[in-house]
Ligand binder design. Sequence first.
Ligand code: GAR
Length: 236
Amino acid sequence: MPLTFLLFVKMPKGRGAAAFGVFMEKKKTRIAVFCSGGGTNLQALLDAEKSGVIQSGKICLVLANSRSAYALERAKGANVPTAVVTRRETGSQEAFEAEILRILREYGIELIVLAGFMSILSENFTSKYPKRIINIHPSLIPSFCGKGFYGLHVHEAALAYGVKVTGATVHFVNEIPDGGQIILQKAVKVHRGDTPEKLQRRVMEQAEWKILPKACEQVSREIAKKGETYERIQNQ
Ligand code: GAR
């Protein structure tokens, strides 16, 4: 369903007769995507916005915690504003998070999507955005998740354990690493002879790049429906 409605108001016939359009845009949820590396999940989100899979939200900012994150190039390619905040340059976790919060306020962000963001955010941060931060994790939570399980390590652990099925999970983020309420999950088969890299790619293609945009639309729609703005969230 298109979000823009075009209303034609007919003017009287004869000289000066005209038709003019009034565009009414439904309010979209303002999204920030946080990344650390390659940004293939960011790319899936950008593509989903372009194709209309994401129609209740708008990606207004891409924030990286590393200057070399390729995700920044993807954002620039899609004309999305970028910001870089590094833990090293800010000096402490508090200063790191304070700077991120300042930028989020500047952009009026209502939903944060962690798409391969490899920094753990403290309770001080996550409590400011209850049910407004979602994360993609490359396993079926509660397997292979929590502290130390990120990126390729997750797939190494799944292969070492010998599971026959793995997958991906999108969940809300709270103070417990990978512990928030599950939004969507998708299972992916492990093949004989898989390497961590092969399995990672299959999980991305078959699960992550599908369920992350879908969950993003689902949560954006809920937020847009409630009409909750960042200011209102902050004042709770
Ligand atoms: C993805 O597989 C994502 O699920 C994972 O890192 C990769 C980032 O790839 N995230 C975690 O492990 C978080 N615990 P990308 O930068 O190409 O999207």
